[in-house]
Design a protein around this ligand. Structure first.
Ligand SMILES: [Zn+2]
Length: 404
């Protein structure tokens, strides 16, 4: 029922939205052999061959006169735009490339003012986008309205379009974002002369090295004693194209005698609230990798975020369980409830499996001693690395199954 509703919804949006938020690998390719720019008198015909139909829009800008075409997920690859320019003096320069997540842009600098006579996408046979332009006097030139918009949609630098992020399937190195908690003006917990911010940064560096030795790619949200806002930590993960996100902490508790490591993942009950908050956000640029949610209604954004989360949450749960198993398996001390749900901001990425590891409690003298012990730290780093490897293998196997 829900599936059918979403399918209808996607169709009504004229392919502007993928059926599954994360499955954006079906990238349309630019076909140079079926593309040309033909000039005849004052008319200009631009034909762009594409491997599959894509949503697009074309408009004109002034100062200088330009034709701009935005495409949803069109990969120009390494094809140089100069090859398309041959035989036309109405276009002075041509650039194309990735423009913003999920969108590509082509910009043609026009030698003189023109108007857009027609613009259509042919979907029968070999798909193509065909535009016709005609020369007009400067007084009749009508650029797209809204100066703010043209400022926002900055022109791209020529760059090949990288493929949007796709779920890891074992065919490339796993990209891990490590997030040492606190830092700078926020030292975190302080107990017995130890500072959480220092301890987790030192441990993160050690873990990074262990993971790199295991062939993973590692990005840190901070590698110094600096303050990083919680939202930024999640943004760093998205910008890095993270496969997983691991936040590292060693907090204190005022009461009780808790000891041992704990793995947190987003609480099931917190999911709905997290999605609602994301949908309310004004700037939707980086909610989902490779999906432009700007201009989408709240209902559609909610559905897409929800779909992504439905894929991601079980993967986060498995990551938390496998990590707990690996730490236990290495004979390291765990909290009596080793895996728990929590409502932490850094765990709220809808499309990146995320966990928070409380390495131990600074408030416990035994944990504090362990956290400072080089041997314990090396064993813990090895255990987490092994856990991530185990998880990644099973996760990749599932990704392959889902694709079939
Ligand atoms: Zn902390």
């Amino acid at each position: 029922m829900i599936g059918r509703f979403i399918l209808l919804l996607a169709m009504s949006l004229a392919l502007a939205l993928p059926a599954r938020a994360q499955d954006l690998s079906a990238l349309a390719q630019y076909a140079p052999a079926r593309s040309q720019i033909a000039q005849s008198g004052d008319k200009l015909a631009i034909t762009l061959g594409i491997s599959q139909p894509v949503p697009y829009r074309a408009f004109l800008l002034a100062d200088p006169y330009r034709l701009v075409i935005d495409f949803r997920e069109l990969n120009f690859g390494a094809n140089p735009p100069e090859n398309l320019l041959k035989g036309s003096d109405a276009i002075k320069g041509l650039r194309w490339g990735k423009f913003r997540p999920g969108w590509s842009r082509m910009v043609a600098e026009l030698a003189h003012p023109m108007r857009l006579v027609s613009s259509e996408e042919r979907t029968k046979g070999d798909p193509q986008i065909a535009l016709t332009l005609a020369k007009v006097p400067a007084a009749k030139f009508t650029p797209r309205k809204g100066a703010a918009d043209s400022a926002l949609w900055d022109l791209p630098q020529p760059a090949p379009t990288p493929a949007p992020h796709r779920r890891q399937d074992g065919t490339r190195p796993l990209k891990v974002v490590l997030d040492p908690g606190h830092g700078g003006i926020d030292p975190g917990a302080e107990d017995g002369g130890a500072h959480e911010a220092d301890i987790v940064l030192g441990f993160a560096r050690q873990l990074r090295d262990a993971m790199r030795r295991a062939g993973m790619q590692v990005v840190m949200t901070r590698d110094q004693d600096v303050f990083v806002p919680l939202e930024t930590r999640v943004t760093v993960a998205r910008a890095a194209g993270a496969d997983i996100f691991i936040s590292l902490h060693a907090d204190s508790i005022a009461e009780g005698r808790a000891t041992g490591s704990t793995i947190y993942r987003l609480d099931d009950h917190a999911e709905t609230e997290a999605t609602r908050k994301l949908v309310q956000r004004h700037d939707r640029d980086d909610i989902l990798a490779g999906v432009d949610l700007n201009g989408q209604g709240d209902a559609i954004t909610h559905i897409l975020v929800d779909l992504a989360r439905r894929d991601t949450q079980p993967r986060s749960v498995r990551l938390s369980q496998v990590l707990a198993g690996a730490i236990k398996g290495a004979g390291l001390h765990m909290h009596k409830r080793p895996v728990q749900g929590a409502n932490f901001s850094v765990l709220k990425s809808p499309d990146i499996p995320s966990v928070l590891v409380e390495l131990g409690f600074l408030s416990s003298p035994a944990d504090r001693a362990r956290l400072k012990d080089p041997d314990w730290r090396a064993r813990m780093a090895a255990a987490i690395t092994k856990g991530v490897e185990t998880w990644a293998q099973a996760d990749a196997a599932e990704a392959k199954l889902l694709r079939q």
